[in-house]
Design a protein around this ligand. Sequence first.
Ligand code: COA
Length: 367
Amino acid sequence: MPRRAVITGWGRCVPPVTLSNADLEHLMDTDDEWIVQRTGIRNRRLSHVEATDLAELAARRALACAGMEASDLDLIVVATCTPELLCPSTAAMVQDRIGAIGSAAFDLNAACSGFVYGTSVVAGLIQAGFAHKVLLIGAEKLHYAMDYRDRSTSILFGDGAGAAVFEPSEDGAGVLAVDLGADGGKGSTMVIRSMGSQGEPGPTNDPETFRLHFEGQAVFKIAVQNISASARRVLELAGLTADDVDLVVPHQANARIIESATRRLGIEEDRVFMNIAELGNTAAASIPMAISDALDAGRVQPGDTIVLTAFGGGVTWGSIALKWGDRTQPVGVHEGELPDTDMTVFDLLRENLDFYAPLHADEPPIT
Ligand SMILES: CC(C)(COP(=O)(O)OP(=O)(O)OC[C@H]1O[C@@H](n2cnc3c(N)ncnc32)[C@H](O)[C@@H]1OP(=O)(O)O)[C@@H](O)C(=O)NCCC(=O)NCCS
């Protein structure tokens, strides 16, 4: 059997502060029913710590799950479009904190497609024999780029991190095929201009420039078309059909995007994993968090054929076809938690709301 990269550890880090649709009703002219119908989202989590802290905890949990020591790793890759700092990379900071002495470390930015792009890199290196024990993390603190009075963007996104440990396998399991793509010509449909989320948005930044911009309907169409086309291509490359798929774990962008794309593929909803209702769109973190949740929910069985598929800023897209290994239970559990906070969601958003206030000077005040 050829050497392939198989996932042997998985973990996630979900920050404790919740932003519900009811909370959003206080900040903008929206309502729970509209948001649930158009997106499937009910809650999202906002982080009181940096994306690196989320990445570190997800990493420790994934390593415990794999029964692996950090010192055994030879590579750490972090997929993120909201790093705490541009340099050093989040991966390098995680490497230091977890004590992965001697491992290589770098960040990768393909926005919401980051975990799929990262999986292709990791799988390629493992297949070639250039890497053996690799940690891939998706981590985001997106709420910095959200103007919580802009109802067309900020309702969608949340913070979080997920991680996966990859190891070589020669028993038929692992990554079977990869399809990646991009269309930089459509890059202006989703833009985050600022760099580095450490610290609060400050007076030196222009709020109009700082906040996330996207063209919702254009992005919706591009997402549905490219996710379904990419997933179809990856199945073809793996010599599989839609009927062979046990579970699709898609990027959690919008429940309607996922439903439309998987309907086009002919894959019914009981073979599609969604956790968007509670976590929103967490960009590069969404697929590894969803993998972790799917395992916890008993939705993955040994030997299952799984398709990961994503779409994001760039614009970028990609899909992975993989065969799950023989273990669906963690070897161990890391008991650590994020530092406690007694902040309410409105305490956490105070600086953010102040920063974007100049863009809403002629609108009614927040109730
Ligand atoms: C943003 C998105 C949810 C909007 O849903 P939509 O069905 O396309 O809605 P539209 O933009 O057509 O807006 C319909 C109406 O609802 C209004 N509306 C927009 N946001 C609203 C909100 N949060 N609450 C209530 N009404 C809202 C609009 O102003 C519009 O009103 P109008 O008809 O009076 O002009 C959807 O386009 C989307 O998810 N796009 C993809 C974005 C994405 O996933 N980006 C990241 C990809 S990784």
